[in-house]
Design a protein around this ligand. Structure first.
Ligand code: GCU
Length: 691
């Protein structure tokens, strides 16, 4: 796909990701009827028309189209008969498990030579179309059972940490590893909105339906998107809308002061509330389907309600009140902690902060407030327990926030397929095996939010294989029970198989061998046993074991000559384990029952402590770091074998990144092993060389 740049003069060759034209071959070579009204149905029609034009099929467009015969019928539910579709088939599609297909859902079946996708609303029809794309020829095989699909979460959102101006430290995209922003460049909206449209299409194909277009750290220029630069946001909204995606905006809590010139941003002040109401009215006059605000308040230097002696419920409700008349929501982030703590103070525990601040406020947030909680209590580390906030606020709408951008997981230079981690998070049962899972909790209210990993890089995500993370985020938000390996298969089938020159199977095997276990591989060669961080401060890439140890950020490992880890027990530590309900409060408290992979998150132990695996902590550190590097070496060899299976430029890009991954993994291995060998004096039981 070629996309014009902002001047319209040059074009960039952009990778088609999981929607190459060939993915539409099965649809485009058939006779297709699209039935229904509304803008999203028009999008379905255009997609079908485009595919048919390319592959020689035919499409019947409107209400009054002739009675087939058709191979594929995509229709909104209707009392009228559908041409070529038996009444019993329609009845069957509608029957199970209850009479409605449901918001954004669809039903799919093949009977009497016709494949039928039926939806109650246009969004459901769009998702039904993309399911047929995913299935390809399989959608047209006889005897398919009736499938009914409904999203587990109605809100599936990506946050872009994109700056309008290039930030002197953070650049165009904060924690972005895929080039510049799709939306903004050098202080202005980009001219090449075709790229935004293509992005929207990719997101719809994996189920995302909301996007926040600017950084949660709202700097000076970005604040103006809410008022005098709203036109830029509206232009982006126009490109996202045809694919069922609503635009959201990160706003500055102090906007009434910095934009409105008011003396205060106190959320209980009448003038402040009136300012938010007026600003929000203008937003909706410009963008009628605007989704709402995202707010990072009292967090890492951002302004918030604490400055006025108000609670976060007061703060969130003030903005929510302004949005409520229009059906908008405020995503209020729970990432509130003291980033200026004294490292000498062992009683302050950053992991406790979100629960300490927010759990007491349960029940005090307005109906249209969504409390957006990072999945772990710290900050997107490779391994963390699930945040205890998720189980602590039954009367609040909660969203879980994941980091698709790989800030702490290899910065899109390392292969790190994150779906297995997210699957674990979403499937975690905070109240034990008989209680609901995280996916159920957030599915009932706020949904799932991911920090996007996409940028203006020709492969969208820097590392071409990181596209799989973006795809998997959407799919897990739709169906959190999906198997990560099956999601990877979908992604491989869409992205590579339709264009493969030879057999797709060897490439599939290669990608599974490289990606299925890549998150655990990354974990093996980085910070061990849940202790976290040990990264270079600032950019967070590569090892620096003590980099954060004596800083105010609250991210410590407390290694000394005897042992390592953070004592977060109630008995002798910070008491963090007490923020969990049973059984986890007991499991995490107990040295015997705590899972190995989280041991150093919850306990400070001697190096000789024996894990469930039978290894001592220090031997585990040595072994896992040697193993991690060996796995990266294997990845590199596997990829070399795939040279003929993918386009040469893509192969070369990944090969170059694998060289860097190996270099970095070696650095991690040697720094971590040397550090713990020098601290503990315990030699490697297997006699390997530790520098
Ligand atoms: C991390 C990240 C920041 C980001 C912050 C947030 O700390 O390093 O760049 O702003 O998370 O989630 O707000």
């Amino acid at each position: 796909m070629t996309i014009p740049d902002r001047t319209g003069a040059d074009t960039t060759e952009v990778h088609e990701a999981w929607l190459p034209p060939e993915a539409f071959r099965a649809i485009g070579s058939r006779r297709v009827l699209v039935r229904g009204e509304g803008p999203l149905v028009e999008t379905v029609r255009e997609e079908v028309a485009g595919a048919c034009a390319r592959y020689g099929g035919a499409h019947g467009g409107d209400q009054h189209a002739h009675a087939g015969p058709y191979d594929l019928v995509l229709a909104l539910t209707t009392a009228e008969p559908l041409p070529g579709v038996a009444a019993e088939v329609l009845a069957e599609l509608r029957r199970l498990p209850d009479p409605t297909i449901g918001e954004q859902g669809f039903a799919l079946a093949r009977r009497d030579g016709v494949t039928v996708a039926l939806a109650d609303d246009p969004a459901g029809l769009l998702y039904g179309l993309f399911q047929v794309v995913r299935l390809g020829e399989a959608a047209f095989r006889a005897g398919r059972p009736v499938e009914r699909h409904r999203p587990a979460m109605l809100r599936r959102m990506l946050d872009h940490w994109d700056n309008v101006d290039v930030h002197p430290v953070m650049g165009q995209v904060e924690r972005g590893y895929a080039g510049g922003s799709i939306f903004w460049r050098d202080g202005a909206a980009r001219g090449d909105l075709a790229r935004v449209r293509a992005y929207a299409r990719l997101l719809a194909a994996c189920g995302v339906n909301a996007v926040a277009v600017n950084n949660v750290n709202v700097h000076a220029t970005e604040a103006h998107l809410l008022t005098d630069r709203l036109g830029d946001v509206a232009a982006i909204a126009d490109e996202l809308r045809p694919y069922g995606i609503r635009v959201h905006l990160s706003v500055n809590f102090a906007a009434p002061v910095v934009l409105g010139g008011l003396p205060t941003a106190d959320p209980l002040d009448e003038g402040v509330r009136a300012w938010w109401a007026a600003a929000t009215a203008k937003v909706y006059a410009t963008i009628p389907d605007f989704g709402g605000y995202v707010v990072k308040a009292d967090s890492e230097g951002q302004p918030g309600p604490f400055a006025y002696g108000r609670s976060h419920a007061d703060g969130a409700n003030a903005l929510a009140g302004a949005l409520a008349p229009y059906g908008g929501v405020v995503h209020w982030r729970a990432f509130v902690y003291d980033h200026r703590q004294d490292w000498r103070d062992r009683s302050t525990d950053r992991a406790r902060a979100a629960h300490d601040h927010f759990a007491p406020l349960d029940g005090r947030f307005g109906d249209n407030v969504i409390l957006q909680v990072k999945h772990g209590p710290m900050d997107f580390q490779v391994r963390e327990p699930v945040s205890p906030v998720i189980a602590a606020m039954p009367a609040t709408r909660l969203a879980a926030e994941l980091q698709v951008t790989q800030e702490y997981t290899g910065q899109q230079r390392h292969v790190c397929y994150l779906a297995p981690m997210w699957r674990e998070v979403l499937g975690f049962r905070p109240w034990g095996p008989d209680g609901p899972a995280v996916a159920d909790v957030v599915g009932g209210g706020g949904g799932l939010v991911g920090v996007s990993n996409a940028g203006d890089d020709p492969y969208w995500t820097g590392h071409p294989l990181a596209q799989a993370n973006l795809y998997a985020f959407g799919r897990l938000a739709w169906a959190p029970g999906l198997d990560p390996a099956a999601i990877l298969d979908e992604w491989i089938d869409l992205t590579f198989a339709p264009t493969a020159t030879g057999e797709a199977e060897p490439l599939r095997r290669t990608l599974h061998a490289m990606m299925d276990d890549s998150w655990r591989t990354y974990e093996r060669y980085t910070a061990p046993l849940g202790v976290g961080f040990m990264v270079r401060p600032g950019h967070h890439y590569g090892p620096d074991v003590d980099g954060y140890e004596y800083t105010p950020w609250g991210t410590y490992h407390f290694a000394d000559r005897d042992g390592v880890g953070v004592d977060r027990t109630r008995a002798t530590g910070t008491g963090f384990t007490g923020q969990y309900p049973p059984p986890w409060a007991e499991v995490y408290e107990s040295l015997d029952r705590c899972p190995d992979e989280l041991l150093l998150f919850f306990h400070h132990v001697p190096y000789g402590h024996v894990l469930h695996s039978g290894l001592t902590v220090v031997q585990h550190i040595y072994d896992s770091h040697f193993a991690g590097v060996e796995q990266v070496e294997r990845l590199r060899r596997r990829w070399a074998d795939a040279a003929d299976a993918v386009p040469p430029a893509l192969h070369a890009r990944v090969a170059g990144l694998l060289d860097e991954q190996l270099r970095c993994a070696l650095e991690w291995r040697d720094q971590i092993n040397a550090y713990f060998f020098r601290k503990s004096g315990v030699p490697d039981a297997r006699g390997r060389r530790i520098p």
